[in-house]
Design a binder for this molecule. Structure first.
Ligand code: 5GP
Length: 353
């Protein structure tokens, strides 16, 4: 595993609440159990279960949200998630989260996101430097002594939301561009909601210069998959249940795919590694990037996803390094950030063994 840990990596598909440390989740649940808000043993049983279908995963998220959704906790988990990615040499992280409103605790979508940004602000420590705003990039690139991570944010629209609520999220993303927000994600239970509901907000996002990534083809739904591909998103996640016509479209449009191997296998959206579409897309030189999806929920780390590709598909170190480096081409941050990351990869290439 050490080699995978040591190479610089970009993570483009990580959900904040899916990437929480198990220890933090259990600690928070225990506290709520002591207050009588939840029954801790029930919660612990669900968290410790390893294999879950896609539907069970969404039930788990509802449970996680009960435990995590207050400002202080959102700030804490954001800090921890960034530190965990930095610890395994993720040099650029696009962290996505669904802004949540909870009137009973005075939480608006905006105050939720401000709590996330507070978490980013609290990351800098004696051995780690973070950059999450373009303004500070020049200063950030000067320091060479500490480990460094660049973080940008994507605001997720949950498929349970209405058009108005999706539009509110897009407007918030536009207001928060100077706080590191670079795009919009569409996620949530793929068996819920209609593409037409989200389309106006996603179209508006694109028109306003935000990048868009879509969870696409997690369940068979040809009409939706084709509409999503015709929308020409900046990237899509998963692409597990595609038919021939959809593969043809995806490849001709050259839309980059965020590949989440462990997640796909654990949720049984792909039956086994030997039939995973990674092999075909890699062979055809289609743009792909390895990602974790939910490192906490699926007990993985990004380095592990690279190790998996090596063992399942026989890629060597140089090929994997190249795969990691190419991820830079698909980030939603601008050219300044890309150039900064290119320097990181050039310097790492000189020390490759
Ligand atoms: P959050 O947005 O609360 O930070 O992260 C958890 C949320 O991300 C979930 O409630 C769900 O909406 C979304 N999510 C996490 N993993 C997946 C996945 O594998 N597929 C889809 N469609 N959505 C996911």
């Amino acid at each position: 595993m050490e080699w995978w840990l040591s190479i610089p990596k970009v993570e483009l598909h990580a959900h904040l609440n899916g990437s929480i440390r198990n220890s933090t989740l259990l600690e928070l649940a225990r506290e709520l159990g002591e207050k009588g808000t939840i029954v801790f043993s029930d919660f612990e049983h669900v968290i410790r279960k390893n294999d879950r279908t896609l539907c069970e995963v969404f039930k788990l998220f509802d449970l996680i949200h009960v435990v995590t959704t207050d400002h202080k906790t959102i700030t804490r988990i954001t800090k921890e998630v960034v530190e965990d990615f930095a610890a395994e040499n993720v040099v650029y992280l696009e962290l996505r989260t669904t802004p949540k409103r909870n009137d009973s605790i005075g939480m608006s979508k905006r105050s939720y996101m401000e709590a996330v940004v507070d978490g980013l602000r609290s990351v800098s420590s004696s051995n780690l430097d973070i950059n999450f705003s373009c303004d500070d990039l020049e200063k950030f690139s000067k320091y060479q002594t500490k480990k460094k991570i660049i973080v940008r944010l994507l605001l997720s629209i949950d498929r349970r939301e209405s058009t108005a609520s999706a539009m509110e999220t897009v407007n918030l993303a536009l207001e928060m561009k100077d706080m590191g927000v670079v795009g919009i994600d569409l996620s949530g239970n793929p068996t819920v909601g209609e593409w037409e509901t989200f389309f106006p907000a996603l179209k508006f996002a694109k028109e306003q210069g935000l990048s868009v990534t879509l969870h696409c083809g997690e369940v068979p739904n040809s009409v939706e998959i084709q509409a999503m591909l015709d929308f020409l998103p900046g990237r899509i996640g998963h692409a597990c249940c595609f038919q021939d016509e959809e593969w043809r479209k995806l490849k001709s449009y050259k839309i980059p795919v965020e590949i989440c191997l462990t997640s796909n296998i654990r949720t049984e959206t792909i039956s086994s590694m030997d039939v995973h579409h990674f092999a075909d897309l890699y062979k055809e030189n289609h743009p792909i990037v390895l990602c974790t999806d939910d490192s906490g929920v699926f007990s993985t780390i990004l380095s592990n996803e690279y190790a998996l590709v090596s063992s399942a598909f026989g890629l060597g170190k140089m090929e994997l390094f190249e795969l990691a480096r190419k991820g830079v081409d698909f980030i939603f941050a601008g050219n300044e950030v890309k150039m900064e990351l290119m320097k990181v990869y050039e310097s790492a290439a000189r020390t490759l063994d």
